[in-house]
Design a protein around this ligand. Structure first.
Ligand code: FE2
Ligand code: FE2
Length: 261
């Protein structure tokens, strides 16, 4: 199921399949007929549509929140992040089956993938309400880099993806909500509020399973986190941090402050 989502290129098709597989997964869990985890080889990079064109981050034009065009560009960047997140969650499901994990690990990432699919659809709806669509603008290349760098290291993956990248989303989303509130764009504000509420859960799942694996190997979580982020994440973490939401997600300040600029 995970590999099917990863190898589907079109955004709407990918998220539809993702949601369908999530529903199947949870229906089976509820019926007490768990789908076995199995083994599959996920692609090194997920399938992506022909558009958007993927550019080096330095070549993506700056987004100015004061204009309608600038706000569409912001939304487009969010849609790109959400689509990437769908793939990241299915990838962690398929990539590390050699590491035995409780079923709850899979529940959490299936649920996250389902939510990211909803997020992509909400943001795409919003883009379309502004006569744009996902694919209309260039997007960042290299968003999959963290996944490739940590393809052999489940703890590195948990440290860098949910606990660094998704936690960063908690820092920046309130500012984005403000931009769209000022523009009286209710549809986008509602979409971003759903995203903001649900992303706390994704960071929390990352922290939960990171701590679980540290416990299994009798390692100090904070030290391991610092070592893995330095190894796999290129550059310092950027304050200001959303300390309250990070705390809610099980990410204490002594995890991220020592890695900041
Ligand atoms: Fe999301
Ligand atoms: Fe997320």
């Amino acid at each position: 199921m995970a590999v099917e989502v990863l190898t589907t290129a079109d955004g709407r098709a990918k998220t539809a399949l993702s949601r369908r597989h999530a529903a199947t997964w949870f229906a089976a869990r509820e019926a007490g007929q768990d789908i076995p985890i199995g083994q599959a080889i996920p692609p090194l990079r997920p399938a992506r549509p022909e558009k958007p064109e993927l550019l080096d981050p330095r070549d993506v034009p700056r987004r100015r929140p004061g204009s309608p065009r600038g706000r569409v560009a912001i939304l487009h960047a969010v849609a790109h992040i959400e689509l990437n997140a769908v793939d990241l969650h299915w990838d962690i499901i398929a990539r590390f089956t050699d590491t035995p994990m409780p079923m709850g690990f899979y529940d959490d990432w299936v649920k996250s993938a389902d939510e990211e699919s909803k997020h992509f659809n909400l943001v795409s709806d919003s883009l379309e309400a502004h006569d744009s669509h996902y694919g209309a603008l260039p997007a960042h290349a290299g968003m999959w880099r963290a996944a490739e760098d940590t393809a052999q290291d489940i703890m590195g993956r948990l440290a860098v993806v949910p606990m660094v990248l998704e936690a960063r989303g908690l820092d920046v989303t309130p500012g984005m909500i403000e931009i769209f509130e000022k523009a009286k764009d209710d549809q986008t504000v509602e979409a971003l509020k759903v995203i903001y509420a649900e992303e706390v859960g994704h960071v929390a799942y990352g922290s939960k399973w990171f701590h679980f694996l540290c416990g299994r190997h009798e390692k100090d979580p904070k030290q391991v986190f610092h070592a893995l982020v330095k190894r796999y994440f290129h550059g310092p973490l950027k304050p200001p941090f959303n300390e309250e939401k990070r705390a809610e997600a099980g990410l204490p300040p002594d995890f991220y402050w020592p890695l900041a600029t």
